[in-house]
Design a protein around this ligand. Structure first.
Ligand code: EPZ
Length: 430
């Protein structure tokens, strides 16, 4: 397994380009299963999770080709309605295929995603919604077996009120509703930009989605998708707001001047507001889709609660904690979305902090003097926090199990090296 070796303290300089969003690309790749015409996605991020999803689409019978135009998925001849445990267990987003499989075949069999490091990650909201659309759901032997008994084997529209604005459930149900009979209204829907992008993509395919990215989404079912609505044949996914936030925080922690390019800053309104409240010096250039970070005076601590969009994103919680470590005054960060998303804390404490937890809150006294040490990744965003902390720690840090990082950050080590960081990827004996 690889590890990263970082020698701090680091200074970043220059400009870094943010890749396309992992969390928009994954549901959009799944939605390509709805189309009987090939569709090409430009600039998909080169990530392990994207490779896993492409493998899953191929397993279902889609033909996937990659060339200079991008990644083309042809789902005209899907051959199975079953997504196996081997693939679903490695990536929860695989569960999103249930909606499209039901729409295409009238049935779908998908392994239960199982938990993951950051929490149980249930699927009850997904299943309740599909049942309301006419799916008969059975759970057996670790799989969800769903089928539609009606003569036409089609889901039907209806009004679905989500008990929690689940991102995945909103996306699954939007896709299921695309080819359903009649109109579906999803209330208390997730409002994340990645949900909005999925709605735009479904319309690009010829679907009829209104209000994606708002708390009420209306989907008018169509009989088939043939990309007829869009002149062009290629779709480009939005930039990754979480990756952008990670580089902005890296510059703030190291007192650097950095241009972060390919950022839709309105997707980061709350993050930018919190960073500015802490004293981070940010300039937004919305016309050129970039954020400029400038050195700032002393940073001060803050109290932040994670929340569904547009609240503070849980996917930036660990990175914010790294920043709080170098602020001059204490911070409290409370995690409301996942029940076990503080696994970065014991690893960060190995660098010389004494962050402590009470329930779902972390208390960071700040003003720490960090020393490099061997540390271990536990999940994707926790890993990013370890890299950020290693940038400011004095001396060498060896960060192991970086396969977690490779799931969601395209070329993190090469991007940081190009910004002037003393960082190497090495083989790890473990
Ligand atoms: C998406 O996960 C993202 N993943 C996550 O990013 C992100 O943290 C999360 O949304 C919240 O913003 C992708 O988009 C691929 P949820 P998802 O359904 O869809 C509970 C990353 O680091 N819940 O909104 O799984 C669930 O247990 C990843 O890139 C139910 O109880 O998130 C969790 O506690 C990590 N029942 C909470 O809701 C359900 O049926 C949020 O889950 C569904 C969810």
């Amino acid at each position: 397994m690889d590890k990263l070796i970082i020698v701090g303290p680091a200074k970043l300089s220059g400009s870094v380009r943010v890749s396309s969003s992992k969390n928009a690309s994954l549901p959009i790749l799944v939605a390509s299963l709805l189309s009987t015409r090939p569709v090409t996605l430009k600039n998909l991020p080169r990530l392990r999770d994207i490779e896993t999803m492409l493998k899953l689409l191929r397993n279902l019978g889609a033909v996937v080709t990659q060339d200079e135009r991008g990644t083309t998925i042809d789902s005209a001849n899907l051959s199975t309605f079953s997504a196996t445990y081997e693939l679903v267990k490695t990536m929860r987003a695989s569960f999103l295929v249930l909606g499209p499989l039901l729409s295409r075949f009238g049935e779908g069999k998908v392994s239960l995603p199982g938990g993951c490091a950051i929490g149980v990650r249930a699927i009850d909201i997904h299943l309740d919604g599909l049942a309301k659309m006419g799916a008969k759901i059975e759970l057996n032997a670790g799989h969800v077996q769903a089928k539609i008994d009606s003569d036409d084997r089609r889901l039907h529209g209806g009004e679905i009120h989500l008990s929690f604005p689940s991102v995945g459930a909103t996306e699954n149900l939007m896709m299921a509703a695309t080819l359903a009979k009649g109109t579906t209204i999803i209330k208390n829907a997730a409002r994340e930009p990645e949900v909005e992008d999925l709605g735009n993509f479904i319309n690009f395919l010829g679907g009829k989605v209104k209000g994606a990215g708002e708390s009420e989404v209306i989907i008018e079912g169509v009989d088939y998708l043939d990309c007829a609505s869009s002149g062009q044949r290629e779709y480009e996914v939005i930039p990754d707001r979480i990756e952008a936030a990670t580089y902005i925080i890296a510059a703030a922690m190291t007192g650097s001047t950095l241009e972060v390019v390919n950022v839709i800053s309105r997707h980061l309104d709350t993050v930018i507001a919190v960073l500015r409240d802490m004293g981070v010096n940010l300039e937004l250039d919305e016309e050129n889709n970039l954020v400029r970070v400038l050195p700032s005076n002393e940073l001060k601590g803050m109290h932040v609660d994670t929340a569904p969009y547009p609240g503070f994103p849980t996917d930036v919680q660990a990175q914010l904690m790294a920043l709080a470590m170098v602020a001059k005054t204490p911070s409290v960060i409370t995690e409301h979305i996942f029940e076990n998303r503080f696994m970065h804390v014991p690893e960060l404490n190995r660098l010389g902090t004494n962050i402590f937890l009470r329930g779902n809150s972390a208390f960071i006294s700040g003003n720490y003097k960090l020393k490099g040490a061997p540390i271990m990744c536990t999940d994707l965003r926790a890993s990013a926090a370890l890299v950020l902390a290693a940038l400011v720690a004095e001396g060498r840090s060896d960060i192991s199990r970086i396969y977690h990082l490779d799931r969601g950050y395209e070329g993190l080590d090469s991007k940081l090296k190009s910004l002037g960081v003393n960082i190497e990827r090495a083989k790890n004996g473990l």
